[in-house]
Design a protein around this ligand. Sequence first.
Ligand code: NDP
Length: 448
Amino acid sequence: MAIKNAYLLDLLERTKKRNPGEPEFIQAVTEVLASLEPVIEQRQDLVDAGVLERIVEPERQIIFRVPWVDDNGKPQVNRGFRVQFNSAIGPYKGGIRLHPSVNLGIIKFLGFEQTFKNSLTTLPMGGGKGGSDFDPKGKSDNEIMNFCQSFMTELYRHIGADLDVPAGDIGTGAREIGYMFGQYKRIRNEYVGVLTGKGLTYGGSLARKQATGYGLCYFTNEMLKANGMSFEGKTVLVSGSGNVAIYACEKATTYGAKVVAMSDSNGYIYDKNGIDLDAVKQIKEVERKRIKEYLTYHPNAEYHEGCSGIWTIPCDIALPCATQNEINGESAKILVKNGCKVVSEGANMPSTPEAIDTYLANGLLYGPAKAANAGGVATSGLEMSQNSLRLSWSFEEVDERLHNIMISIFKACDEASKTYGMPGNYMAGANIAGFIKVAESMKAQGNV
Ligand code: NDP
């Protein structure tokens, strides 16, 4: 992934200087700029219009204090973020991450990626992302509500149904979205689709919960088919056991694969008979407990401490669905050595640059996050459409639209990779296809 073009190298250096201490953001920018070399060589007009300088600079970055009171009556303070990255093709759109690791650089990498991902969906959505270093783990419902209400008490000034529409991400599920939506409605005194991932009784969309995981499998299935393969009979690893991981496991199993391992931030389970997803849903969605509880349902399964060990299990297909940089170069080499043929990303940027180089050098099929996990935001876009129409579509209708969007995303990546002389490099294809629509729009709208 080395950049050779002098202009792009200089731009990357300037971006590094301007954004010190933000390694994840620089990692995401480097990957995109490297993929854009063949485009830039043909499109001097985009360089002249300053599109690239502008595309790596967020339109707006908001940082705010989030004070709340815990169950012991003690004041607590977290830091809130909303990065409105790019509105060239629609209102800002992207999730809210609640995790102690959250900082400005992580929110910027996610917002930057989101810009291209949203473009790939073909829906009119710009890129944004938000979050806080608040840790929802171990907090009571009351503490979660206090935090979410305080977070929204500042955020409401910056968002709106035609301006910026946040959604869920790590640590933000239906419960948190519900509390945030309630507070927005109370402060603004208006009932609008300002958040997606809402509950089904108050404007949510059927199939939104399943969308990222199902969409990942729809994309992966297209990639497999295009290369003469299928999920049928394959052994699959799914990291994480949250929203994306659970529904990736469900759809991969429906396609005839056997998922043998899942994880959380403490460790991973290995069940050679195939993961019992009902048990995982009970532990994670209902009881909010740790993945090691799986052994109480299946004492013959194995539990191992630590996250990266999951990649040492032999598999045909790896679906990383937990967090950024969870597969490093070393883990990637072990996957290859054990016969893995496909890596397709449910999480955002789960592979380090060294891992990606290893996949490409060894001819693995590689489904990059911004294409493979775009089903979540695509279905959020469908939730916005339903809210505007004041209609609710059936599960089947939303799922069919999602499926068609994922087919078209794969096609766009495949075609761009061929047009620019890198057939089969879906990472380059995704970056190029996502970029061109945003870049043309930015050029057309002038230097804003
Ligand atoms: P959840 O909070 O539902 O689940 C996250 C899972 O990943 C949990 O099992 C969690 O374990 C694990 N995890 C989180 N952080 C770490 C870490 N630092 N190390 C190891 N494991 C970790 O989040 P989602 O399923 O919604 O999100 C997962 C990924 O998918 C993220 O990268 C997110 O950005 C991406 N994504 C999500 C979309 C969505 O619609 N929700 C859409 C597109 C992408 P634990 O419980 O122990 O923290």
